[in-house]
Design a protein around this ligand. Sequence first.
Ligand code: N01
Length: 538
Amino acid sequence: MPTAKRDSVASGGRLDAVVVGAGFAGMYLLHRLRRAGLSARVLEQGSGVGGTWFWNRYPGARCDVESMEYSFKFDEALQQEWVWSERYSEQPEILRYLNHVADRFDLRRDISFETRVAKAHFDDAKSRWTVTTERGDAYSAQYVVMATGCLSSTNTPKFPGLDSFAGRVFHTGKWPHEPVDFTGRRVGIIGTGSSAIQTIPIVAEQARHLTVFQRTPNFSVPAQNGPLDPKVQARIKARYGELRRLGSQMPFGFDVQFNEKSALDATPAERRAEFEQRWAHGGLPFLGCYSDLLYDKAANELAADFIREKIREIVKDPKVAALLTPDSVVGCKRLCSDTGYFETFNRSNVTLVDVRSAPIAEILPRGLRTERQSYEFDDLILATGFDAMTGTLLRIDIRGVGGATLGERWAEGPKTYLGLTTAGFPNLFMMTGPGSPSVLSNMVVSIEQHVEWIAECVANLRARGLERIEATPEAQAAWVEHVNEVADSTLYPRCNSWYLGSNVPGKPRVFMPYLGFPAYVEKCKQVVADGYQGFRLA
Ligand code: N01
């Protein structure tokens, strides 16, 4: 059971490793570190395991990677015994799964819940970290692993008057644990990203009226979700290992079959057939329709036009359809995956308001005012996303060699070697950090790869009697340059997205994830084969 009591190993306790965060990453890491004979403690701010899936409880929250792939593969019995009910699982089912994993591997005894980390300071002379919680408990550890998640610090824009709102305010990324009922209520929602696109159809069914405040229209493809046929599940499980292996060899680390052709070489009839087939299949695999979709603007525009046509077909009011139609690049902001999103705008109790042409000026006690007019509602939902990838890391006071802070080192944007480490911060690892495939991959696959790399690295150091590993500034600079080069060869940097940090005012505009899971895995293996090339070991 979760516990908030002070920890017995705190205040002077010495550990081999402190892991911050008990989501998919922290949980598996704990299991692996224990298996390697290390003493480890996980510090988790929530009252339970699950990370993203603990906090994102908004109605309709579900994964956009299929359940059979969005799950651990490290334990054969686990992957065989767990039964998923839907093609894309809903949040409660994923959270049940993670609780099952915690039980199965007896993880909770080494997790301190309701424990927020305030500081992590490195002592150069002792080569040890001191991790201090907001309660003031201090842990001394040789290694610190930040398993804090890529989308774990919510972004709440500084709307004037937000505090004056008289009704209930929710953020999709920090939803209450108790059920929220919108029956008979007038609801306003700000944002039309993945979270909003999932929750809008459900809230619209409950609410008396729903007003959607949209700044940028988004591309969305129907998830085509449904119950997972037990026979299909059994067929997958019969060759699970092989299928997982094949998935991890694909660019995103899961089963997105990429058509090797260029969209520009296909005939109009071939293109239509391909797009229709991808639309009918549903979800993120749409991005694999042509090899140049994410690289060539003309190719991308063909796919964009197809989705725009679908929106016009679905949405009955041409003015609303026009407002919902994106003018940007498909996949540049993360492609959304929905169930009945565009259809929801045909309901008489749903209004779409464009806040691009007339931005939100202030929140009022009973609604909000844009630069054009005022709107009334009883409840406000902020679906305004996250300070992604760096937000949580920079909110912790992390100090490395010579007392330098991570905030100082990353003032112009995150700099890492392999997204796993950063120069000047020995023995500090990041799980799925900036500069790793992370959010451009199946997160669970990336997490398993990172956990295994870190566990092997630590075991290797111990076997050789070494105490310290640190990325060299040269290796880091070369990696950062490579990550940027890869991003610049794509269309990703061409729009405002949280991948670039452009959703948070003042955040440096740097493309953070690394595109290409298989190439990344090869690089990590090569680094090890070359004796931890790019690292200083001592
Ligand atoms: O956040 P977002 P999200 N005034 O940043 C708007 C993952 N995820 O929580 O685009 C008005 O995408 C903002 O407008 P704009 C997934 O990786 C996965 O929805 O900046 N509007 C945008 O519409 C996803 O990409 C799943 O112009 C403002 C919205 O708020 C990531 O999480 C489900 C504003 C924020 O969208 C984040 O998704 C859910 C302002 N001042 C989430 N500030 C699945 O697995 C922001 N906005 C399916």
